[in-house]
Design a protein around this ligand. Sequence first.
Ligand code: ADP
Length: 638
Amino acid sequence: MKQQGPQMPQPTTKSSQPEWMNLLLFLTVSLLILYWFNVLTAPEIKVLPYSEFKQEVQQDRVAKVSLRGDELTGEFKAPAGGGKAGGDKQAQPETTGRFKTVLPSMADPELLPLLEKNNVIIKAESTSVSWWLQLLAGIVPWLLIFGFFYFISRRMQERLAGGPGIFGVGKSKARLYSEADTRLTFDDVAGLENAKADLRDIIAFLREPGRFRDLGAVPPRGMLMMGPPGTGKTLLARATAGEAQVPFFSISGSEFVEMFVGVGAARVRDLFENAKKSAPAIIFIDEIDAVGRSRGIGLGGGNDEREQTLNQILSLMDGFSPEESVVVMAATNRPDVLDPALLRPGRFDRKLVLQLPDRKAREDIIKIHAGHIRHSDNIDWNALARRTAGFSGADLKNLINEAALLAGREEKKEVDTETLELARDKIVLGTERTLLLNEEQKKIVAYHEAGHTLAAWLMPHADPPEKVTIIPRGRALGVTEQMPRDDQYSLQESYLKDRLVVMLAGRSSEELVFGETSSGAESDIEQATRLARKMVSSWGMNSKLGAANFSTEEDQVFLGKEIAQPRNFSEHTAQLIDDEIRELLSRQQEISGRVLKANRQYLDSLAQALLNEETLGREAIKAVLQEAKMPESVAAAA
Ligand code: ADP
């Protein structure tokens, strides 16, 4: 059965009232106020008492007057013509300045003769227009006031009915993608084959719910997708809706949590209500950990709002009747903090773990996204995939886009290997910085990086060096990049130890060449210590503690489980762990020193090449280090 998705444009949230209405209202009111205060119409009119006006006439200073009703406006004579000027009736008298006055209510029989005697030009205007104007002026403000209140009350009603803003808080902000928008299919998702296979069940059910119900099967309810950010959770959910051709309601967990308690729960009810109406449908809740964290744990008292929202989700999922074919898909990158109640049968009992893509999947993802840009035909996608280990799907998409932007900036017609390479470097190594280092500082950086590179070249289990540069990038003054041989799913102790040697070799090189170390090794030391701690306390790679887990993950979770976890080992063990870490690090540091010392001439040549060229690629490194050799003593010990 194919369900036609509602043909609503997305998002379903009503757009806010046209702002121009407000603007128009504001402008009208301001104009009227200006008018009433006579700012516009008579900017410099002088108001005279009637008696003074008559005096002015008597002294022959008035050129002309116009009469409308009881209002008299006029203009003064320009003094230029001399005191009694203006005897010539034909010529228009020169005027200066305007005035107005109000005529007394009892008619003044002297006025007209006086004006005539002084040759004042008299203009009488009918008052009928002014009558209309007066009426309008009386009505318009009321019309405006009523219009304003009507407008406000309509907006309130709309908001109460679900618009955005404070009155619409109880309505879900879910975006609905109708079929036309969700025409994503599994072809748009590269890799993730296992996940796709698991989702086929759900698709089959959504397409023909009846078939499953007739068999008495309990329909799937919830699917929880877990994986690092950018691994395609949202994409997969949308593609599932696309494959099943059902409407797709999407909301993020953080949108449930608002400032008012109870609003989240109301939003959930509304969202589920909407989805049921268009069933079969998929509800997608992104970042479910924002509401789905373990209940009862948290700093600073209860988390009523979050708990209520979570309870509401759970009870609605429990309350689905078998006839309602709505599947809830949720995504999180923190499955460890989720409330176990979410994972009970009938709720999110199906789980999908999405990993970072492997080489093949990366190649496929790159190809999908490269399809949207203009690129040259001779790009080696496989090589690019090999050089992007650790990239998520979103990173790869970003890489392609970054390359297209670069090509545009350089006014190239299409993206080529070089632009892709530059874009990759920018993402992996950071943006190049222009820092003016003096010769001595440059030399230190060159030797530091040469140390890393030489160690990476020589250590038998280390990833070989791919590129080394002394152009400052991101926060680093220089960078050595290694190329992982292939995607590694588990890390051997020998590999990790060699990795420590490579990390510490920068510092060893400085010590060997300059007799002292610099602050440039800070991040190397930090990374090496973190790795050593993992090896000793989590992976059992130690001599005194054995295979036991003593990890104390300092996870940056504000309200998660970890904070409530006490350290569950003794002070003595903590001491042993510290000793082991220190020993491991100093042993590897020492090895790096020996390796470099035995190959000092190659270290010098490499540093020199770096000072000359600034950046060396794989081939250039190979040309310098071809003859370098692992010292016997280290080879034997390793
Ligand atoms: P998540 O929800 O896991 O954080 P997304 O689904 O939002 O990640 O992924 C972000 C973008 O990355 C997607 O829109 C898509 O373009 C791209 N992407 C991620 N994984 C894949 C994949 N397997 N195939 C194709 N594109 C992908």
